[in-house]
Design a protein around this ligand. Structure first.
Ligand code: BTN
Length: 264
């Protein structure tokens, strides 16, 4: 089979026909190949793009992850996109929770694959990384925040072909044993994202639904946070998504960002 046949380009018309949202994904900026959709979205946002605008690419040549890492995006295989948000102050920190929750709910609804969220905002399946979220926040120039929520969801690629992620990543085709259509999946992510976002804006809390799916709660963990490493038991998360770790001294430390691993 040709590469084009096994990895067809994203079908924008099909996606729009399937989309059930009011705002999210209605305005879509698509590039077959781009450096990073974060930059595509930033550019659109600074040119006045409405909330819910999505920057989508079939391939990224400089995809980026959290903590300065890179993100592998082979052509027409996965979903790599960034959503432009203009959240009120009380929703700002919740975006990092609702993005992975939207992905987890959509993956389960569209494919039946069971997911877990690995703090702070990775989505896992079978104990391996299925999706990652990168949040970049800046000002629109008039003091209002622009949040760029970048999502990389491994759909139809085989991480075993990449030595650096072979042992830690998975994809929906690996989990289901067959290729997965990207257009209905993105439409489902958009619907969950819009619903959760509107709920958060209306003052609702996502914490319980997020916490229900969080891996590692109650377990002995080591958290590499900026400038420090904390060891203890992952007890809970707070309303803003900080991880609450009880250390050996009995103190509970709230950690906003970092990388968590199970302690040996
Ligand atoms: C991580 O787990 O480290 C976050 C990965 C985020 C990757 C996505 S792919 C779409 C968007 N564009 C990027 O360059 N990064 C995010």
């Amino acid at each position: 089979m040709s590469d084009e046949a096994s990895h067809p380009p994203f079908d924008l018309t099909r996606f729009h026909n399937l989309l059930e949202t009011k705002r999210f994904g209605r305005n879509l900026v698509f590039e077959p190949t781009v450096g990073s959709t974060m930059d595509l979205a930033r550019d659109a946002a600074h040119h006045g793009a409405a909330e819910g605008t999505v920057a989508l690419a079939d391939e990224q040549t400089a995809g980026r992850g959290r903590l300065g890492r890179s993100w592998i995006t082979p052509r027409a295989s996965n979903l790599t996109f960034t959503v432009v948000l203009r959240p009120p102050r009380h929703v700002l920190r919740q975006v990092a929770m609702l993005a992975p929750l939207a992905v987890a709910l959509a993956v389960e609804e569209a494919t039946g694959v069971r997911t877990a969220i690995k703090w702070p905002n990775d989505v896992h399946a079978s104990g391996r990384k299925l999706a990652g979220v990168l949040i970049e926040t800046e000002s629109d120039g008039s003091g209002e925040a622009i949040v760029l929520a970048g999502i990389g969801l491994n759909v139809n690629f085989d991480p075993r072909e990449y030595a650096e992620i072979r042992d830690i990543a998975t994809s929906l085709s690996v989990e289901t044993g067959h290729p997965v259509d990207r257009e209905p999946l993105l439409a489902t992510v958009m619907l969950h994202f819009e619903r959760l976002y509107d709920e958060a804006k209306a003052g609702g809390s996502l914490r319980d639904r997020w916490r229900e799916r969080l891996a590692m709660l109650g377990q002995a963990v080591k958290v590499a946070a900026p400038g420090r490493t904390i060891e203890g038991t992952a007890e809970d998360v707070d309303d803003d998504g900080s991880l609450l770790v009880r250390t050996a001294s009995g103190d509970v430390v709230a950690i906003e960002a970092g990388d968590v691993t199970l302690r040996e």
